[in-house]
Each structure stands twice: as C-alpha cells, then as structure tokens.
Design a protein around this ligand. Structure first.
Ligand SMILES: [Mg+2]
Ligand SMILES: [Zn+2]
Length: 230
C-alpha cells in the first residue's frame, strides 16, 4: 500500500529525489561545445532538392577537418532546411536514404561520427520567412539538439553558406560562421546576420575553431549584467 498523500497532494518527503540538484549540476558541468553544420553548400555541394546518394559531393577537406574537430571534443550536428518535403518534391523516406549514405560515407572515408542530423521539413511563408520554430534563420533545431545532447550553446558555432545560417547560430546564443561558397545571393544585413568569421575552406575553419575551443570569449558578444555588450 502506498503512503497517504498530504492534504495538498504533495508527495511524502521520503519519495523526493534529494540527489537531483547535484545530478543536475554534474550534467551542467559536462555540457559539450558543438559545431552545427549546414548541409547544402557547406558540407556538400549544393544540388537543389537532391536526394540521390550518387550525387553526393563533399566539400574539399571537410572530412579531415571534421575528424580534427571531433578529436578535440566538439560535438557535430548537421542542421538542414528541407522544405522539399513540404513542397512534395521528395518524401521523408527518400531523404532518410540520402542521410544514411551521407553519414555512412563520413564514417567510412573520414572516421567521423556525426552526433545527430536535424532537419526542418516545413515551407517558409509567402514572404520567405520561417513559419515554424525550426526553419533557419529560426534557432529551433539548434536549441532542440542542445537540450537533447547536452550541448553548451555559448561555446558552440553554426556554420553555413548563407546569412540565415549565421542568424540561426546567433539566435541560439552560439557563434555564426559564414562558409562562403556562393550560396548567399541577397546579403540582407542586420546585426544578427553579421558573421563572426568568413571561410572559403574547411582546413582554415577547423584551425580557427580549435584555437577557440574552451575560450569563453569566442563567438558573438555576450550581454553582461548591466545590459551592455562586453
Ligand atoms: Mg546551405
Ligand atoms: Zn520547420
């Protein structure tokens, strides 16, 4: 027989897990930094709405760069807008096949184990703005992955070939890096869309990140307690 509840319906005190706050703190200390990676035009060459594994072409040097970053303790998460699903150009099952081939090739050819792949299957609104919380430049995929994989967003970066990728990183409280491969054509600027750094090759990007791992002053300026940027 279970013990009687008290009049307010609270659990008896002996049933409360008093160790929980300590466990919570321990987990907080183990939060990992992460590199969030855009897929098209950043990780692989951009073939619009492609789901054919045969057409996968990795950007030069990306496998070796990701291997270096993974060895240094960085989590690796792909975050990709895939409105082709909402538009009916391909199914989730077709995308899953491409995803499997992509992750398998990174394992086989570079020894890289991607921690997760987040995708937004939704369409933007008529003005091209996100109509969901996950489509970049919204930060939903990054925030969701951070919660599930115990990532430290303040020591993380998003890299992509458009300013929407940069903005998504900043909106998540992470750094925002532009991989300049021709994907950005509009160049709509705002403070959230200013890249922290711009790269045209993966080797330089990895060197930049390795120099900043564990450095809390990396990334975009943080807010201090009196509300001024430091
Ligand atoms: Mg892209
Ligand atoms: Zn979405």
């Amino acid at each position: 027989m279970s013990p009687p509840l008290d009049p307010l319906g609270m659990l008896p005190v002996q049933d409360l897990d008093l160790a929980a706050p300590a466990a919570e703190r321990a987990r907080g200390a183990a939060l990992r930094p992460c590199l969030f990676i855009d897929k098209d035009g950043t990780l692989i060459e951009n073939v619009p709405y492609n789901v054919d594994p045969v057409q996968l072409r990795f950007m030069p040097g990306v496998g070796a760069a990701l291997a270096r970053l993974q060895s240094a303790g960085l989590a690796l998460v792909i975050a990709t807008n895939q409105s082709g699903i909402a538009r009916g150009y391909f199914s989730r099952a077709q995308f899953a096949q491409l995803q499997e081939a992509l992750l398998q090739r990174l394992r086989d050819e570079a020894g890289v184990a991607i921690d997760d792949l987040m995708l937004c299957p939704h369409e933007p609104d008529a003005l091209g703005r996100p109509a969901c919380l996950c489509r970049k430049p919204a930060p939903g995929m990054l925030v969701g992955a951070a919660r599930r994989l115990h990532l430290d967003l303040s020591r993380s970066w998003m890299v992509g070939d458009t300013l929407d990728d940069v903005e998504a990183g900043h909106r998540a409280g992470a750094g925002g890096l532009l991989f300049h491969s021709g994907g950005e054509t509009v160049w709509r600027r705002s403070p959230l869309r200013e890249p922290d750094a711009v790269f045209t090759d993966w080797d330089a990007l990895a060197t930049y990140l390795l120099a900043r791992l564990g450095d809390p002053t990396q990334g975009s300026p943080s807010c201090s307690t009196n509300g001024t940027a430091r």
